[in-house]
Design a protein around this ligand. Structure first.
Ligand SMILES: NC(=O)c1ccc[n+]([C@@H]2O[C@H](COP(=O)([O-])OP(=O)(O)OC[C@H]3O[C@@H](n4cnc5c(N)ncnc54)[C@H](OP(=O)(O)O)[C@@H]3O)[C@@H](O)[C@H]2O)c1
Length: 269
């Protein structure tokens, strides 16, 4: 029997469920019988996805929340686990990047990446994982990136936040494994979503992307199996392997040459 059947009838909380990989992860969890709590800022998107999944027989709740607000994780917890609804699957997926020169990038956008990609992940995990430990069962998926394996000039803050996510996931996985809680770091490469448009890096989409559906299928399979790291495509696995043997200065030089933006003003006010 596929391990994904373990998700049947359990509540899964998916952050960033209004677009891209989050939508695909929610659909995949629903396909395996999970009940869903969908959260993001865009309520209309959440409602549309909820309606789609309910028509297929999935129980769905939606919670509008801005994870840039430090109070949001507690509000999400209070409305779910705190209200007696056992969240057994936590998917920390919400995230954003900002492409361009760090010194020209709006400070608010740099800090937003740290809050949404790191602080909210720690906060939500700290709130939800203790109950999983008590129940001796749970699953946590943390969406990192192949950018977590190397410094990425012109996405410097973003790559650093993803390095944080991957290390946090790996450390937490070891800590909670004795309690039956599985933690996986998902490290996608360029994936079909709104990410590049929002990051101001639409030009990178032309270099080939993986579908969010394939990423989600592989991620949920890896989570069910208890794999601690998943890089869902071959070039990403090759990159993660090769960077171990190359000096960081050479990697950053090469990446900077490939990624250097045209001299354009920052994309966010
Ligand atoms: N696409 C890629 O190539 C790629 C590669 C590696 C890793 N990733 C990671 O994959 C994850 C999902 O990204 P994606 O590619 O699916 O991008 P996306 O299509 O832009 O989706 C991002 C999701 O995060 C949510 N989000 C962003 N800021 C938020 C905030 N302040 N509060 C609450 N939710 C927020 C968005 O919802 P609202 O705007 O409705 O709030 C949206 O649902 C991210 O962690 C990203 O770093 C993506």
């Amino acid at each position: 029997m596929a391990r994904e059947n373990d998700f049947r009838g359990r509540w899964a909380l998916v952050t960033g469920a209004s677009a891209g990989i989050g939508v695909a992860l929610a659909r995949e969890l629903a396909r395996h019988g999970a009940k869903l709590i969908l959260t993001a800022r865009r309520r209309d998107r959440l409602e549309a996805l909820a309606q789609e999944l309910r028509l297929q027989g999935t129980e769905v709740r939606i919670l509008e929340a801005d994870l840039n607000d430090p109070a949001a994780p507690q509000a999400i917890y209070d409305a779910t686990e705190g209200a007696g609804l056992a969240v057994e699957i936590l998917v920390n997926n919400a995230g954003l990047g900002q492409f361009g020169e760090f010194v020209r990038s709006p400070l608010a956008q740099e800090l937003r990446q740290v809050r949404v990609n790191c602080e909210a992940v720690v906060h939500l995990s700290r709130l939800f994982v203790p109950a999983m430990v008590t129940r001796r069962r749970g699953w946590v998926l943390i969406v990192a990136s192949t950018a977590s394996f190397l410094p990425v000039p012109f996405l410097s803050t973003y790559a650093a936040t993803k390095g944080f996510d991957r290390f946090f996931a790996l450390g937490l996985a070891e800590e909670v494994a004795p309690y039956g809680v599985k933690v996986s770091a998902l490290c996608p490469g360029p994936t079909e979503s709104e990410f590049f448009d929002i990051a101001g890096a639409a030009q990178f989409k032309a270099r080939g992307v993986q579908s969010a559906e394939v990423v989600a299928q592989r991620a949920i399979h890896a989570l069910a199996r208890g794999n601690r790291t998943l890089i869902p495509y071959f070039a990403g696995r090759a990159t993660a392997f090769l960077v171990r043997f190359l000096p960081a200065s050479l990697i950053t030089w090469g990446v900077a040459r490939a990624a250097r933006p045209a001299a354009t003003p920052p994309t966010h006010p």
